[in-house]
Design a protein. Structure first.
Length: 66
């Protein structure tokens, strides 16, 4: 449970950094995201999910990341 809470905290830190460093650019970027088609957003979500699962696999099951 400690690892999960630490992981969630780290995700929030990385999610918050762009908004802190570049608030105007993030506003512009969010406007572009709102205008995207739902299919495009789903594809990006699927790609992000796949990369995340691959990273979890490499971290947990293989000897590549120590």
């Amino acid at each position: 449970m400690k690892t999960l809470v630490s992981l969630l905290g780290l995700v929030l830190v990385f999610e918050g950094l762009p908004y802190l460093a570049f608030p105007e650019k993030m506003r512009d970027w969010l406007r572009q995201v709102i205008e995207m088609q739902p299919t495009t957003l789903r594809v990006f979500g699927l790609i992000a999910l796949g990369i995340g699962l691959l990273l979890c696999y490499l971290a947990q099951c293989s000897g590549l990341i120590k």
